[in-house]
Design a protein around this ligand. Structure first.
Ligand SMILES: Cc1cc2nc3c(=O)[nH]c(=O)nc-3n(C[C@H](O)[C@H](O)[C@H](O)COP(=O)(O)OP(=O)(O)OC[C@H]3O[C@@H](n4cnc5c(N)ncnc54)[C@H](O)[C@@H]3O)c2cc1C
Length: 216
């Protein structure tokens, strides 16, 4: 799979610099307790103050300010099993490759490691996928539109999707989908998303990434 962070909220307030997304979250939260206009609040927020403030907000679970920054990821080559798990997260926006318009090609299937590592299971899996693909091609040859022929396609089929989540929802998503009981493929995807999110919003996401690297 390929996971790429392709967009992030860009504040239009003066004094933009690296870390402006975290500064925006901190400034939005300060708005709750200040009579000053947002421009002044934003201008007064230095890096250290932002960090301290965000840590405090997370501790207090005062999380609505984290909704003002969104991240957009392009995710390529995950199975439809995983994309279905992903789109169950409702506080997000999605644009997914359509099987009504894009034909399923040979070799576009994910094989789970538990199957790949077992030669007999792998043989059964590959035969079943090939048989479905054969039926798919035949249905199309018979004039069935690909939107109906796809009913025969296994859930292992690969898909591409663009997803946008705000930071609060991402924290929730990571909590659920990096947990040991989440499935391997969505954990792998969430882990890549977390690494890239931590580069843009280190105060918010790095502690989670570090805990994960330690295996906690
Ligand atoms: C390990 C695991 C196993 C799972 N197994 C199954 C399964 O067997 N079957 C199945 O159907 N699903 C299953 N799910 C999916 C799960 O039930 C959720 O649909 C999915 O994780 C999305 O999370 P969510 O509902 O918390 O939050 P999101 O949709 O990401 O929403 C975030 C939060 O917003 C709030 N929210 C959003 N919409 C509403 C609403 N309508 N009403 C009230 N509050 C709302 C909730 O607080 C929610 O936690 C599984 C998930 C995991 C992680």
């Amino acid at each position: 799979m390929r996971v790429k962070l392709i967009a992030v909220t860009c504040p239009l307030l003066e004094g933009m610099h690296e870390g402006s997304q975290e500064r925006l979250i901190a400034s939005a939260a300060r708005c709750c307790w200040s009579s000053k206009p947002i421009e002044e609040i934003y201008a007064s927020m230095g890096r250290e103050r932002v960090e301290r403030f965000l840590e405090k907000l997370m501790k207090l679970e005062h999380l609505s300010p984290f909704e003002h920054v969104s991240l957009t990821f392009y995710i390529e080559g995950i199975s439809r099993v995983t994309s279905h798990q992903l789109v169950r997260h409702r506080i997000a926006s999605y644009s997914q490759q359509s099987q009504r318009h894009v034909k399923v090609e040979e070799g576009s299937f994910i094989t789970p490691p538990s199957i790949r590592e077992n030669p007999e299971a792998l043989r059964v899996f590959e035969e079943a996928v090939e048989s479905c693909m054969k039926a798919y091609r035949k249905l199309v040859e018979l004039g069935v539109h690909i939107e109906d022929a796809r009913y025969i396609i296994p859930q292992a089929v690969k898909t591409n999707i663009v997803v946008t989540m705000n930071v609060r929802e991402l924290l929730h998503f990571f909590k659920l989908r990096l947990a040991p009981d989440a499935q391997w493929e969505i954990r792998m995807m969430a882990s890549e998303m977390l690494k890239q999110a931590a580069e843009v919003l280190p105060t918010v996401f790095k502690p989670l990434l570090e805990r994960r690297l330690k295996g906690e």
